[in-house]
Design a protein around this ligand. Structure first.
Ligand code: HEC
Length: 97
């Protein structure tokens, strides 16, 4: 139940925030425009940046919609650029498949 509510609220956040950020609107559509090289960079950035404050999260622990919301709150914490944000997101989603 908690997860359903979280997913719904992430969707709400998306509707508001996807317009100014090309990175998250691409992510919201569930399509990846990143190359394999960018996804590889995303993996490196993820491994270097996302395990600093907590254990490195498991990409399979959340669905792609949830990751949009998580990345919207974590990318600024990890001081990622919009591009890095996109690459890390695409890496996480690519691992899940
Ligand atoms: C500056 C510290 C910091 C960095 C860097 C950071 N996080 Fe976090 N993260 C937190 C804190 C604090 C929480 C718990 C509170 C919260 O949810 O905001 C958290 C929570 C999470 C959660 C759990 C959220 C949930 O809803 O279950 C995930 C997943 C996560 N982070 C992923 C990431 C990813 C991916 C990155 C790299 C882009 C990252 N974090 C970088 C501090 C950080």
């Amino acid at each position: 139940m908690k997860k359903l509510i979280a997913a719904a609220s992430f969707t709400g956040i998306l509707l508001v925030s996807c317009t100014p950020k090309a990175a998250t609107s691409t992510a919201a559509a569930g399509t990846s425009t990143s190359t394999a090289e960018q996804i590889a960079q995303g993996k490196t950035i993820f491994e270097n940046s996302c395990g600093r404050c907590h254990k490195l999260p498991d990409p399979a622990s959340h669905n792609p919609v949830q990751w949009v919301g998580i990345m919207n709150s974590m990318a600024p914490k990890a001081k990622l650029t919009d591009e890095q944000h996109q690459w890390v997101y695409d890496y996480i989603v690519s691992v899940k498949k």
